[in-house]
Structures are given as structure tokens and as C-alpha cells.
Design a protein around this ligand. Structure first.
Ligand code: IPE
Ligand code: IPE
Ligand code: MG
Length: 238
């Protein structure tokens, strides 16, 4: 079983368009898929589920879509708090929290606080998240510490850099799923996915079912993870 599953939830807009509906209807349907997949992941014993909900680039969408997404996010957080508490789910968030609207931020902070001691699964929402922005912030912070004499450039290791990322303390994703038919990362977890198994599917996020999730997990389970070694070495050491 993968410990950490990350998902690029894509295809909401095209799903709605294909049905002759407004894009926001696709996002609403997508929120239903989020609830279902969070529940399934928890039941399966996955430790960390990271969901890409809004990228740093998504701010460039029409203002009406951005505000629709933000209010959907707010109502999702409000309606799901009880279920997170009941299912021992700890909410976390990665990304530029300071860029989120105040009313989203306050429900987000409340949910994070109230679920902080839960330990069944971490639900990690990527909100106003960009992989380059994350690495850039870490680099800036380390440069600042160097200027202040608190860090030497030669002390900067992969672990030190990783500890400055939003995902500090979390394992790297074992499996990355992208729905919606595109085969790209779209600025998601650039540092962390260096050795993730990647599963692309044409299924659009609102249609992504529990069975589709199982299919992705089975795909992961059939992979031989070599991390640069030969197949023979991996078989011997495992
Ligand atoms: C993913 O669906 C959700 C967000 C990026 C917020 P899209 O809105 O990107 O859907 P498509 O790709 O246009 O179909
Ligand atoms: C990636 O989807 C971001 C999220 C799923 C939140 P996009 O729809 O924004 O990606 P691009 O623009 O097609 O690469
Ligand atoms: Mg998209």
C-alpha cells in the first residue's frame, strides 16, 4: 500500500462543458469526488493524501471562476469538519495561505486547529500551491540564514532543503495520480515527486470512482521501485 498518495484533480471544467453545464458545476461535482476519495483513502489505511485543489497559476482564471472555487472551498471545509473529526483525519495545507480570501483562511485555520491531534490520516490540501514557488521560498529562507551567519552554504543538504518546504516532515508521495487526460505536472510537488510512481488517467475528476482509485493503487503495486539500482539488487535487498 502506498503511504502517501498525491492527486492532481483535473478535468472538472471539461466534464461540465461536455454536459452543456457551467464550469462551476464541474467543480461542484468534483467536490463530491473529493469526499468519496478521502473516505476511501482513510478506509484503505493510506497515511497521507495530498490533493491539488488550486495552483498558483489558477489565479489567472476568470475572476468569477476563482471566486466560485473559493466559495466552494469554504463550504467544503465547513461541511467536512465533522467528518474529519469523526474519522480521525488531520487537515493540513500547503501553499500560499496568505493569498487566500480571509473568510476561506479563517475556516481553514479553524479546521487545521481542531483536527491537529488526529492521527488516522493526513489530508493535505494544496491551495494556491506552486512547486517553483515552494522551492523559491526555501531558497530565499536559506539565503537569509546564510547572510545572518546562521547557516553555511556547505551545510545545505537535501534534508535541510526538504525541511524548508511546505511538506516538511511528510514522506514523499509514493504514487501520483492525475485525472483528466493530461500527462504533465502543472507545477505540482516538483521536488517531492522525483521518485513517485505516476498514474495518468483520461477519466475526468467528477467521474473518478472508488474502483478507479483501486485501479491506480493496483498499478502502483505492480511497479518495481528501483531508485537507481538494478532490478536484481532491489529483489535481494527487499
Ligand atoms: C481541475 O479542473 C480543478 C482546478 C484546476 C481548480 P479544471 O478546472 O482544470 O478542469 P479542466 O481541465 O478545465 O477540464
Ligand atoms: C492543475 O490543473 C491544477 C489543479 C488540479 C489544481 P490545471 O487545469 O490548472 O493545469 P493546466 O493548466 O491544464 O496545466
Ligand atoms: Mg485543468
Amino acid at each position: 500500500m502506498p503511504k502517501h498518495v498525491a492527486i492532481i484533480m483535473d478535468g472538472n471544467g471539461r466534464w461540465a462543458k461536455a454536459k452543456g453545464m457551467m464550469r462551476i458545476k464541474g467543480h461542484q461535482a468534483g467536490a463530491g469526488t473529493v469526499k468519496k476519495i478521502v473516505k476511501t483513502a482513510r478506509e484503505m489505511g493510506i497515511s497521507v493524501l495530498t490533493l491539488y485543489a488550486f495552483s498558483t497559476e489558477n489565479w489567472k482564471r476568470p475572476a468569477s471562476e476563482v471566486s466560485g472555487l473559493m466559495s466552494l472551498l469554504k463550504s467544503y471545509l465547513k461541511s467536512e469538519l465533522e467528518s474529519m473529526l469523526g474519522n480521525d483525519i488531520q487537515l493540513r495545507c500547503i501553499g500560499q495561505q496568505e493569498n487566500l480570501p480571509k473568510e476561506v483562511l479563517s475556516v481553514l485555520r479553524k479546521s487545521i486547529e481542531e483536527t491537529a491531534s488526529n492521527s488516522g490520516m493526513i489530508l493535505n490540501l494544496a491551495l494556491s500551491y506552486g512547486g517553483r514557488d515552494e522551492i523559491l521560498r526555501a531558497a530565499r529562507k536559506m539565503a537569509q540564514l546564510c547572510v545572518e551567519g546562521k547557516l553555511q552554504p556547505k551545510q545545505i543538504t537535501e534534508d535541510i532543503l526538504a525541511s524548508r518546504l511546505y511538506t516538511a516532515g511528510l514522506p514523499d508521495p509514493d504514487l501520483l495520480i492525475r485525472t483528466g487526460g493530461e500527462s504533465r505536472l502543472s507545477n505540482f510537488l516538483l521536488w517531492q515527486v522525483s521518485y513517485s510512481e505516476i498514474y495518468f488517467t483520461n477519466i475526468k475528476w467528477p467521474d473518478f470512482s472508488k474502483d478507479d482509485f483501486f485501479t491506480a493503487i493496483r498499478y502502483f503495486q505492480k511497479r518495481q521501485r528501483r531508485f537507481g539500482q538494478t532490478g536484481e539488487q532491489v529483489v535481494v535487498t527487499n
